[in-house]
Write a protein that binds this ligand. Structure first.
Ligand code: ATP
Length: 427
C-alpha cells in the first residue's frame, strides 16, 4: 500500500517529513513493513506552500485500515491546525494511482476535486482536513513516478529543542561534503562559504544531507557533529532531478510553470536595483526577460558576460512575466565586437571623431577616414552549462555535478525543439 501525507506545517513549526518519520516508526511498531519512504517535491510555484512544497509517501506492506488509523492519528497529533494555511491531507491506497496526477502536481496546478477523483478511482481511504488542500500533495506523492531519484537523510531535533538555535558544527558539515562530494551535494556551499543543510526555521529538522544513495548520505552523516538528534530518516526523493522542467518556447510560456527554453540573447545584460541581473531572450519574434537574482551570487557574473547573439538555453520558472534562472546552457557564443576610431594610415596615431556623420580625422597630420575600426573582443566565457550556487538552488533543480540529462543536451545543442516532456526516463 501507499500512504500519502501533506500540508501539515506552518511557518511557525512542524514539517511533513517529520510526521512521515514518526509514522514510519509507528508502522514498524505494529508490524507493518515499511518498504520505502519518499519525499516528493511538487510545483515550486504554488502559492499555498509553506516552504519547499514537499509531500511524503510511504510504501508499506500490511493492513490498510491500520495504516490509515495510524497516519490520521499522527497528523491529528502533530499538524499545525491553528494556522489557516495548514490544510492536511492523508491518503492510503492499495493500488498505486497512475503517475499523471503526480506530473500534473509537479509541473502544473491541480484542484482538490481532481485529487478526490483519482482517490475514488483507486478505491483509496482518504481524509482531508479543513479545506482539504493537502489531499492534492498527498495524492501526488503516492502517484509519484521517479525515473531519476536521489536520497536525503534528515535528522530531527528532540522536542524541547524545537525553536531554539541549532547546535550543528559547521566545520564537520564542510568535512562531510569534502569526504563524499560529488556523491553528496548541497550540504554546504563551498564557493560562498556557507552551510546549506541546516535550516533556520523553527521546524523539527536538525540537518539534511542530499546524495545519490543511502550509503553515501550515511557516509557523509558519519562526519557530522551536532546536538543529539531525536531520530533520522532517509528519504528517496525527486530532489535534484529537474523533474519540474518541461521543454518550452518563449511564445507559449505559462505563469507558474518551469521550463527549459532555447533562444538568442537579444540585449546586453543589465544589473538593476538590489544587484539583480537581467537580459532579454528572443526566439521566433517573441521575447522574455530572464532574471538572475542577487542570491544567485557568482552565477550573475556568468550572465553578465553574455552578449547579444549568444545562443543559449535557460532553465527556470516563469513568474510575473520573467523567467527566473536556475541554470544556463550556452550553445554558441556570438562574436563580440568593439567599434573604435581607426588608426591613421599616415602617421599611425589613433584618429578621433570628426563630428556626427563625418567619419574620423587625424589631429596630428590631418588625414581623414570614413570607416571605424571593428575589433573582436575576447570572450571570457565557454559554451556549456552554468548553474546557481547551492545556497540559491531550488530543491528540484538538478546540480550539474549529477550530469546533464540527454533531453536537456538535445534542447541545448540540436537547434530544434525537443518534442516530448521527459515523462519517461531523464537519464
Ligand atoms: P510541508 O512541509 O507541510 O509539506 P510545504 O512547503 O511543502 O510544507 P505545504 O504546507 O504542503 O507546503 O503546502 C502546499 C499546498 O499546496 C498543499 O496543500 C498541497 O496539497 C498543495 N499543492 C501542491 N502542489 C500543488 C499543485 N500543483 N496545485 C495545487 N495545489 C498544490
Amino acid at each position: 500500500m501507499w500512504i500519502g501525507i501533506d500540508d501539515t506545517d506552518s511557518p511557525g513549526g512542524m514539517c511533513t517529513t517529520y510526521i512521515g518519520a514518526v509514522l514510519v516508526r509507528r508502522l514498524a511498531h505494529v508490524g507493518v513493513r515499511v518498504i520505502d519512504a519518499r519525499l516528493v517535491r511538487l510545483n515550486p510555484n504554488v502559492i499555498h506552500k509553506t516552504r519547499g512544497n514537499a509531500a511524503v509517501s510511504i510504501e508499506a506492506e500490511g493492513d490498510a485500515e491500520t495504516a490509515f488509523a495510524l497516519a490520521t492519528a499522527c497528523v491529528e497529533e502533530l499538524a499545525e491546525f491553528g494556522d489557516k494555511k495548514t490544510n492536511p491531507g492523508v491518503v492510503v491506497s492499495e493500488t498505486r494511482p497512475p503517475p499523471d496526477f503526480y506530473y500534473a502536481a509537479l509541473r502544473d496546478y491541480c484542484t482538490v476535486d481532481e485529487a478526490i477523483r483519482v482517490l475514488e478511482a483507486a478505491g483509496a481511504l482518504y481524509r482531508g482536513y479543513k479545506n482539504r488542500r493537502g489531499l492534492i500533495g498527498a495524492t501526488a506523492a503516492i502517484a509519484s513516478d521517479l525515473p531519476d531519484r536521489t536520497c536525503e537523510l534528515l535528522a530531527y531535533r528532540k522536542r524541547p529543542a524545537w525553536g531554539t538555535p541549532r547546535q550543528v558544527d559547521a566545520e564537520s558539515l564542510f568535512r562531510a561534503e569534502e569526504k563524499t562530494y560529488p556523491h553528496t551535494w548541497d550540504t554546504v556551499d563551498r564557493e560562498n562559504g556557507v552551510v546549506v543543510g541546516v535550516p533556520h526555521t523553527p521546524d523539527p529538522v536538525l540537518f539534511g544531507i542530499r546524495g545519490e544513495s543511502p550509503a553515501w548520505v550515511r557516509e557523509a552523516r558519519s562526519s557530522v557533529r551536532s546536538e543529539e538528534p531525536a531520530c533520522e530518516q532517509i528519504y528517496t526523493t525527486n530532489q535534484g532531478t529537474d523533474a519540474h522542467l518541461v521543454p518550452g518556447t518563449i511564445k507559449t510560456l505559462r505563469e507558474g510553470r518551469s521550463y527549459l527554453v532555447r533562444g538568442t540573447v537579444a540585449g546586453s545584460p543589465t544589473t538593476g536595483a538590489g544587484g539583480h541581473v537581467s537580459f532579454l531572450l528572443s526566439d521566433s519574434g517573441a521575447e522574455v526577460r530572464c532574471m538572475a537574482y542577487e542570491p544567485t551570487k557568482g552565477f550573475r557574473d556568468v550572465v553578465r558576460k553574455l552578449v547579444p547573439g549568444d545562443a543559449v538555453t535557460v532553465a527556470g520558472s516563469y513568474k510575473g512575466g520573467s523567467l527566473n534562472l536556475e541554470k544556463l546552457g550556452i550553445a554558441r557564443l556570438a562574436d563580440a565586437v568593439r567599434i573604435r576610431p581607426p588608426v591613421c594610415p599616415a602617421c599611425g596615431r589613433r584618429m578621433t571623431s570628426a563630428g556626427t556623420g563625418k567619419g574620423y580625422k587625424c589631429r596630428i597630420c590631418g588625414e581623414r577616414s570614413r570607416e571605424p575600426r571593428v575589433e573582436l573582443i575576447e570572450r571570457h566565457l565557454k559554451p556549456g552549462w552554468y548553474e546557481v550556487p547551492p545556497t540559491a538552488r531550488r530543491h528540484l533543480a538538478r546540480p550539474l555535478v549529477r550530469g546533464v540529462p540527454a533531453w536537456e543536451e538535445i534542447v541545448l545543442q540540436s537547434g530544434r525543439e525537443c518534442d516530448a516532456p521527459p515523462i519517461a526516463s531523464t537519464k
